[in-house]
Write a protein that binds this ligand. Sequence first.
Ligand code: IPM
Ligand code: MG
Length: 351
Amino acid sequence: MKIAVLPGDGIGPEIIAEAVRVLKAIGLQFEMEEAPVGGAGYRAKGHPLPESTLALCKASDAILFGAVGDFSLDTLPRDLRPEQAILGLRKELNLFANFRPAIVYPELVQASSLKPEVVAGLDILIIRELTGDIYFGKPRGIQTLANGEREGFDTMRYSESEIRRVAHVGFEAARKRNKRLCSVDKANVLDTMQLWREIVIEVGKEYPDVALEHMYVDNAAMQLLKNPKQFDVIVTGNMFGDILSDEASMLTGSIGMLPSASLNEKGFGLYEPIHGSAPDIAGKGIANPLATILSAAMMLRYSFNLAEPADRIEAAVKKVLASGIRTGDIAEPGQKKASTKEMGDAVLAAL
Ligand code: IPM
Ligand code: MG
């Protein structure tokens, strides 16, 4: 079992260090190899996704990813910016199905900015398509018009097969949960999304046991705040899923709590917290490592079929939360704030 470990930028190395300690502590023989990515990749090898890093990923059974993003490199041409590392990995490895669960732990109900009764017991799963849409559609660019003014443009595109395969992932996931799938689109305005809806309805005929609903993305953004517990599984495109999953994270109290899995057709996966590199707190040792630790648990479950140790890690996280240990992002006013390492220590002790 070989794991490519890509810490990346900002708080990436700090949170990955804790997840690696947890993986080492569960008593399984993993081979773990680190490689630079994002701004760190650019600084070490001149490219956000160095060839050697991509080769390591391809030779591994799973990828544990920290975060990328570095303001000081934002003036580089787009293809050299840190974010291109994660976009490149998703595309190169065909990681089209992105699982972003949002679960409210009973102990953290108060950490949400929403009323406890709105979020208590919340357990939803957002499945975001990850390799298509306006993120990758061509043509794109910035061009100069005849009148001398510049114009920026990107293209939203989805082929039938791209929609169909992620729809299947959505229905399969709903089948394993509460059998409700909400497909989020903007079919009232965008042709791409009209096709999205058509294909999802078609795929739905193969899943008569799953209740399918459709929602426009603007309404979905509102419903997530108004009554998030109405959802079970949400399936949506790349850009809408990016936005809605950040929104959903706030229902749970902190974006520092949410893990994710990005899988290809063969079940090969990249596991990462859904948050970014948080340059404002990088190097301070105060970031919440739980999203990354929970991502490692997802890796055990999905890529290695190791449900028991995954359960153990998740149970350890719950125990730590129940014992009142909090990093700054989930602490209540006046509560003592644990460092990244103290949080890792606590999870190890609970394990
Ligand atoms: C995410 C991030 C990325 C995205 C960035 C870092 C390119 O926001 O994983 O949600 O937009 O997909
Ligand atoms: Mg995002």
